[in-house]
Design a protein around this ligand. Structure first.
Ligand SMILES: Cc1cc2ncn([C@H]3O[C@H](COP(=O)(O)O)[C@@H](O)[C@H]3O)c2cc1C
Ligand SMILES: O=C(O)c1cccnc1
Length: 344
């Protein structure tokens, strides 16, 4: 489904700000139930390390004292960016539609990760043939368009899921993400850019220049993270922010993917730091700035495999880890059931 760039159906920004004041909290009773059961399981206390934290996280954010992951979903938001005319990607815009077809045919990396980990896949086409304006000269979106796109992203969970894995596709979007980071966090453009699909040194220079121009053009409007999103962001980043928010309101835990998905999280974090409490960072991408961004949003990634693909590939892999953690917790025997002696 394609979203008209200026759909009138969106929420105004103030409605989004209002949602951020009404976020549900972690379910303390569910966490307590998981901890109590964990203490009875046939293993030394704490011996499953971070897997134990993951189970508590699923319980906390699904409000379920017996956490389960039965219907994980990968949601990919795909769109196009006018900033590619600045020569910031190693690949042409035509890859966007070709990759949509590849997703539909089952040929992309994410298709196989979904098969291997038994995850549903939905791909949302955000006007992939209509790039947003080049952010070095014009705003990516106007306020109604940006708000409508955030609202569209909320649809990611409409069919139901109990673990949302977020991904994106959009040639040029590592430049857009870098512009969001530079706008939110300051520093120099060079601090936030990286090779993306594999640009050379000249390409990197063009990326730094594009990010610098986009942010400089908006230097008087950077104190509001939603203005940053609409001026130097992109549709997939707006929709991802909506998906993260909708998942929180419906109590669905979220796995963030890499460098680009984290830009949506960073916008929400800048608006309200607690808005990401239901999110886990799947991995640290090979994109050099990703680690620093994760520190800014106070997320410790589950793994670092040198991946730099996007498409939710890191989130899908992390979903396998989450499913393993939950299966161990729910299926293990207690000391009493298995007649195993406790610590002396
Ligand atoms: C074949 C192909 C498949 C992809 N899948 C994800 N991306 C990733 O690369 C793009 C961002 O990098 P840049 O900013 O350098 O253009 C996004 O589409 C992202 O999802 C891909 C890129 C390509 C070429
Ligand atoms: O880490 C990512 O999400 C990423 C890195 C490079 C290109 N596209 C996405």
């Amino acid at each position: 489904m394609a979203l008209p760039p200026h759909s009138p159906s969106g929420l105004p920004f103030d409605d989004i700000r209002d949602l951020l004041t009404r976020l549900p909290e972690a379910d303390a009773a569910a966490i307590a139930a998981v901890r109590a059961r964990d203490a009875e399981l046939t293993k030394p206390a704490g011996s499953l390390g971070r897997l134990e934290e993951i189970v508590e996280w699923v319980a906390a954010w699904s409000a379920n004292p017996k956490p389960r992951v039965d219907r994980p979903l990968v949601a990919i938001f795909a769109t196009a960016h006018g900033v590619t005319r600045q020569g910031v990607s190693a690949f042409p815009d035509s890859v966007n539609r070709q990759m949509l077809e590849n997703f539909a045919a089952g040929g992309a990396a994410i298709n196989q990760l979904c098969v291997a980990n038994d995850i549903g896949l939905k791909v949302f086409d955000l006007a992939i043939d209509v790039p947003t304006p080049d952010i070095t000269v014009d705003d990516a979106m106007d306020e109604p368009g940006c708000a409508a796109t955030i609202a569209f992203g909320m649809e990611a969970i409409a069919g139901g899921t109990d673990l949302l894995c977020l991904g994106e596709m959009g040639i040029g979007n590592t430049t857009v993400a870098a512009a969001v980071y530079h706008a939110l966090y300051g520093g120099r453009p060079e601090d936030w850019i990286g090779p993306g699909t594999g640009v050379d040194a000249e390409g990197l220079r063009r990326k730094a220049e594009a990010v610098g121009r986009a942010v400089q053009r908006n230097k008087d409007h950077l104190s509001d993270p939603l203005e940053v999103l609409r001026r130097v962001g992109g549709r997939e980043i707006a929709a991802l922010a909506g998906a993260i928010l909708a998942a929180r309101l419906q109590r669905i835990p979220v796995l963030l993917d890499g460098y680009v998905v984290t830009a949506a999280a960073a916008v929400l974090h800048a608006l309200e730091p607690s808005s990401l409490d239901h999110c886990l960072a799947a991995h640290r991408s090979a994109e050099p700035a990703h680690g620093r961004v994760l520190e800014r949003i106070a997320k410790r990634p589950l793994f670092d495999f040198g991946m730099r693909l996007g498409e939710a590939s890191g989130a899908a892999l992390a979903c396998g880890i989450v499913k393993n953690a939950v299966a161990v917790h729910s299926g293990m025997a207690t000391f009493e059931q298995a007649s195993v002696s406790r610590k002396g």
